[in-house]
Design a protein. Structure first.
Length: 276
């Protein structure tokens, strides 16, 4: 019986989705009968995008494949929950690798009913495969982003107990399908989900838990540059929308982005959201 859906969104990153998908299949033969996959292709007509369905035709596991080109955004990962039919969902960026045994331990965690409807995340491995980042420190801003990578040393103990964190990078997250609270449908472009979704869970009386065993490796470097063109204006607008929704002061966002995005754009977003 299928227990968990593993889903990802991809935009012109054939190599990323290839190795993410195939590493899961290659390293988890004993639990593949409990897994379904969802792939959302956000640029299906490009050279890289058109190769993805060819790959998926060779995969024997159940895969739901969706082509979506109305707009480009990593927030499409929220659609994975709309498409999933299993009780639990794990969402990955399309260029994430997992430590051996992680998926089996996550399934055991769910089988024991320990999730309680919370948002589950884990330590991000550095490229040295030794150092980790367990969470985001939301008291800081860095690189026009709310939050900074931080460490709780409890994350080094892979067999340790789960512990609450304020936020974490959204390259990997998991929860019960019916407990997913969703991204704001107005979000567009890139950036703004970290911190926002975590506050949304806290506002609903839930937590974000770090599972020390749930370790993931994210490919950040792109020697050829990103396939998409992230715009600072999109990030600013998303933060304004998110802060308004979760009840935080949007003036903090305006202060952080003043001088980095045009004043006219700041005023247009405030007008759009009815902020005086």
């Amino acid at each position: 019986m299928k227990k968990i859906t593993i889903g990802t969104c991809v935009y012109d990153d054939f190599d990323g989705v290839y190795f993410t998908l195939q590493s899961i299949r290659l390293n988890n033969p004993d639990i593949l009968d409990r897994i379904e996959f969802i792939i959302i292709n956000n640029n299906p007509t490009s050279k890289q995008g058109s190769e993805i369905p060819k790959l998926l035709r060779q995969v024997k596991q159940p895969i739901t494949y969706l082509e979506f080109s109305k707009y480009n955004s990593p927030f499409l990962k929220g659609k994975i929950f709309d498409l999933a039919e299993t009780e639990y969902v794990l969402v990955l960026d399309c260029h994430v690798l997992l430590e051996p045994g992680v998926l089996k331990r996550l399934l055991n965690f769910y089988d024991c009913g320990k999730d309680e409807g919370n948002l589950l995340q884990g330590p991000l491995l550095s490229d040295d495969l030794t150092n980790i980042s367990t969470h985001f420190d939301l008291s800081k801003w860095g690189s026009n982003m709310w939050g900074a990578w931080a460490l709780d040393k409890r994350g080094y103990i892979s067999n340790g107990e789960p512990f609450e964190i304020p936020a974490q990078g959204m390259g990997l997250f998991s929860c019960r399908r019916d407990s997913w609270l969703g991204f704001n449908e107005k979000f567009r472009g890139f950036g703004g989900e970290e911190g926002y979704i975590h506050c949304k869970y806290r506002n609903a009386g839930k937590k974000t838990l770090c599972l020390p065993f749930l370790r993931w490796l994210h490919r950040f470097n792109r020697p050829m540059g990103p396939a998409f063109n992230p715009k600072l204006e999109d990030r600013f607008r998303n933060y304004m929308i998110g802060f308004q929704e979760i009840g935080k002061d949007t003036n903090e966002v305006v202060k952080r982005f003043h001088g980095k995005v045009p004043d006219k754009f700041i005023e247009s977003v405030k007008e759009e959201l009815g902020i005086t």
